[in-house]
Design a protein around this ligand. Structure first.
Ligand code: CA
Length: 220
């Protein structure tokens, strides 16, 4: 998986510099802009936006309003301590979360990951002909619904989170069955066999010998 990328919108170098360095230390890639007028274009290339509200050429809340007209990218606003109105208006305008200055980089990194994860869970997982709609608990191949059991669905959803990533048997057991599940492992293979059959394409789920399974990467 490519690394998480955050757009930091912050005009104060004393805040921005340690923040950028800190996020990178936490394994997060960063883009940085200073002006409100740069945000819309720069937000195209990132997973999450961290938005300072007091910018030299405009109000961050206006930027957020503008951004929300055509994008559902996760936005975390950075507000001053005690600025409750900004926080409330920001959340009403569609911010996903907020941090109060001064905040720690570790806290921010955790929040960045949390909003990105939440957004991923809300959205459909798509890979080529396959769509896994977690909200409606529905799977389609080439637009045709496929009937799956609850376990088959959960298994496919984990694999579809990151097509191409080899997911270990341990992870699949932990996430689909039980964190302390102990067994022969036959159950997993039986479910995969059944999934392949129901999806009508045995090559959609690839066996990674000695590791686990992965969803084949397909072009749409
Ligand atoms: Ca500022």
């Amino acid at each position: 998986m490519t690394r998480m990328r955050v757009l930091v919108v912050e005009d104060d170098p004393a805040v921005a510099e340690p923040l950028l360095a800190g996020l990178q230390r936490n394994g997060i890639e960063v883009d940085h802009v200073v002006y409100a007028s740069q945000v819309i274009a720069a937000a195209q290339n990132v997973d999450v936006v961290l938005l300072d509200l007091g910018l030299p050429d405009g109000d961050g809340l206006e930027v957020l309003r503008e951004l929300r007209r055509n994008s559902d990218i996760p936005v975390i606003i950075a507000t001053a301590r005690g600025d409750e109105t900004d926080r409330i208006v920001g959340l009403e305008l569609g911010a996903d979360d907020y941090v109060v200055k001064p905040f720690s980089v570790r806290e921010l990194a955790a929040r960045v990951r949390a909003v990105a994860r939440r957004r991923r869970i809300e959205s459909n997982l798509e890979s080529g002909r396959l769509v896994v709609d977690r909200t409606r608990h529905l799977v389609t191949v080439d637009g045709e619904p496929v009937e799956l059991t609850a376990k088959e669905f959960d298994l496919l959803a984990v694999l579809a989170e990151e097509p191409g990533r080899a997911v270990t048997r341990q992870e699949l057991f932990a996430r689909v069955w039980d964190p302390v599940w102990i067994g022969t492992g036959k159950t997993l293979d039986v479910h995969v066999a059944s999934l392949r059959k129901k999806l009508g394409d045995a090559e959609l789920i690839e066996t990674v010998r000695g590791v686990g399974y992965r969803l084949a990467v397909e072009s749409a």
